[in-house]
Structures are given as C-alpha cells and as structure tokens.
Write a protein that binds this ligand. Structure first.
Ligand code: PLP
Length: 377
C-alpha cells in the first residue's frame, strides 16, 4: 500500500463488533477481570486502553516500527523515551532540537545523571567526535526548528549503529507521510501529535515508535511508570486527524512552496529558509530522505521593525506558538520558542530578532500572499 492509503486502511478503519467506521472511545479507567488468576489484555487504563492501543498500532504501522506508544503530549513522549536510559549514560543531541527537548535533557535529566553533549548534527563528523564509551543514544531532529537545517539521517544513523547507539529522531515536522526515520536506519521516531498528525490545533498528544520490540518493552515500562498517557478522547481526535493527513499536508506544502518563492523575491525579506527552495542548504540531502519539503518555513526581514510590523499587521496568520494546524500560524522564535535561550546563543545560531516562522495552513495561497504583502509593507 502507498502512504496515503495506509493513512485510511490502517487496521482500525472498521470496528469488528459493530461495523462502525471508526475506533470506539472506551472511556473506562478499569476493566473487569473475568478470572483474577488469568491476566487479561486490559486491566487498568494507565497500563493500556483499547482506544489508545488503536493509535499506538496505527503509529507503529505508519513509521514501520514494531511497537508504538501514545502519550499526553509530544514532550511526554520524548521525556518517557529518554527515561529508558540510566544514570551515567551519555547522549549526543543535535543543538537545535525542539526547545522543550533541550530543556528536559539540559535540566531534568542532567540532574538525574544523564549527560548530554550538544553538537551541530548537520556535520556528521562532529557527531562521531562526540562519541564516548558511555554514549547510548543520538537524538536528532530534521528539518530543525526554526531555521530548517537538514541533518543527514542515513549518515548519522550509520555512525550510531557502528558505535552501538540508538538513534532517536523527532519526526514532528515531517510526519511519517513525508519521512520515515526507521527506514533510514534510526531506531526510535518520536512525535508531537499535537502538530500535523492531530492537525486542527485542538489536541495535545505525542507518540514514540520503536523499530526493535525489546527497546519497545523498555519504552512501555516507562510509559506505565510515568503514566504520561493521553485520554481516549484525545487519542480519538489524533486518529481522526491522521485520516486527513495526506490531503492537508499536500495542500499545505503546495501553498508553502508558493509562499516561500514569493517571500524570497520580496524587497523587505532578507532570506527565506525552506527545504523546497533551490537555495536551501541541505536541500539535496533532505529530498533524498523525505518525500517533500513540508509546510513550515521561516524568513528574515531586513529590519527588526519590519518583523514586528508583520506580526502585528498580518490577519490571516495567528501570531502564536505551535504549528501543523489547518490555520496558518506566524511565530516569533526570539520571543516565543527560543525566548529562554541567552541572546548570544540565539545570535550564534542565527535566530535573530528579524526571524519569523510560518506554519502554513489551508487558506488559499493568493489570500495569504495578499495578506503577507500588506503586512510586510
Ligand atoms: C511541539 C513540538 C514538540 C513538543 O510537543 P508537545 O505536544 O507540545 O508537548 C516536540 N518536538 C517538536 C519538533 C515540536 O514541534
């Protein structure tokens, strides 16, 4: 089956008992045991719930893994996945991973004795140089946020495999519809399902999918220990969102391409970052590992006031954090996602006060361009 078909025919398209075209919401915290001496599949909803199980199986099949796990948020998925490591282990992480992932590793897990070295993973040589005997995992995200930097997943996963590490990839920006890290050699794909998978800015959820069933068992143990699981209604919204992922993402991506080109010719725009542009660094690597450039782009205006004016004047894009919804969202990394980063560090990474990130929604491209044109002055 092709990817679009798999989004619909995912093993849970018809409910066996009634023929309903959808997954039932099983709103129960506990399950009656017919024989207390014989374990049943479900006993308590933190340990397992049939609605959640459906999403976990759908996620595993879309990512091509052995086991999937659903969580109450993307960060819960990431924190729980990192919970499989132990004190004294060492992680190599890409320096421009999602801010919340940076925070978990650099504050929370650091305190528990899990050490992280931050590297520019777009340079595979630096990943290799950071290896230590106690290194257990490589944590990557590509394209990165907010500058859409591209990491070569095959090359990094090969370095990790050779050294016996697990490669974890945050695949939120691409979704399994556009990029499948496990097929490129990674071991675990993690997601904020809050973004494109849910797709409607109305639910918080996360996923982790493991290639190896044994690693899956370790993630399950943390899921059950931490209990950072989603409720069945939230799971149901994600399952519904996934059904329309192809239609949304294809359309959003097409509009993103038009916007990126148009922005790159605007007099008040200094630079546009979008893997679909010929000028984008790492574009060839990206297109060799993903089926499209996605629907997130960013750009720098020429002056700070142009960025401020744009954000206050734009009407068809909500000035907000988050991405991947049907509505276009404009965010300002310097004050939103990367506000907690010291200004020198932001500057070093190119996250200037002129940088604006756009998550392209389902509005008509012509309307967005007209609106952006007015807002850019
Ligand atoms: C939003 C996001 C997360 C965190 O997910 P939440 O659902 O907000 O907890 C992790 N990684 C990336 C790339 C994200 O965009």
């Amino acid at each position: 089956m092709k990817k679009g078909t798999m989004l619909i025919h995912n093993g849970h398209e018809t409910e066996k008992a009634t023929g309903a075209l959808g997954v039932p919401v099983i709103q129960s915290s506990t399950f009656q045991q017919t024989d207390v001496f014989t374990p049943q599949e479900y006993d308590y909803a933190r340990s397992g719930n049939p609605t959640r199980k459906a999403l976990e199986e759908i996620a595993a099949s879309l990512e091509g893994g052995a086991a999937g796990f659903a969580f109450g948020s993307g960060i819960a998925a990431i924190a729980s996945t990192l919970g499989i490591f132990r004190r004294g282990d060492h992680i190599i992480a890409a320096e421009d991973i999602y801010g919340g992932s940076y925070r978990i590793l650099s504050t929370f897990y650091e305190r528990w004795g899990l050490e992280t070295t931050w590297v520019d993973a777009t340079d595979t040589g630096r990943v290799r140089k950071a290896l230590r005997p106690e290194t257990k995992a490589l944590f990557l995200e590509t394209p990165s946020n907010p500058l859409l930097a591209i990491t070569d997943l095959r090359a990094c996963a090969a370095v990790a495999r050779e050294a016996g590490l697990l490669t974890i990839v945050d695949n939120t920006f691409m979704t399994p519809y556009l990029q499948r890290p496990l097929a490129l050699g990674a071991d675990i794909a993690v997601h904020s399902a809050t973004k494109f998978l849910g797709g409607h800015s109305d639910v918080l959820s996360g996923l982790a999918v493991s290639r190896d069933p044994e690693v899956g068992k370790r993630i399950y143990a943390v899921q059950n220990c931490f209990g950072a699981v989603p409720g069945p209604w939230d799971v149901w919204l994600v399952i519904r969102g996934i059904k329309t992922l192809k239609a949304r993402l294809e359309m959003q991506q097409e509009t993103a391409g038009k916007l990126a080109l148009w922005l790159s010719e605007h007099k008040n725009v200094e630079e546009v970052f979008y893997p679909g542009l010929l000028s984008h660094k790492g574009r060839d690597i990206h297109l060799a590992q993903a089926d499209g450039p996605g629907a997130v782009l960013s750009f720098k205006t020429r002056t700070v006031s142009q960025a401020h004016n744009f954000l206050s004047a734009v009407t068809l894009a909500a000035a907000a954090v988050s991405l991947g919804g049907v509505e276009t969202i404009a965010s300002y990394p310097a004050r939103m996602s990367h506000a907690s980063m010291p200004p020198e560090e932001r500057a070093r990474r190119g996250i200037t006060d002129t940088l604006v990130r756009i998550s392209v929604g389902l509005e008509d491209a012509e309307d967005l361009i007209a609106d952006f044109d007015a807002a850019l002055g």
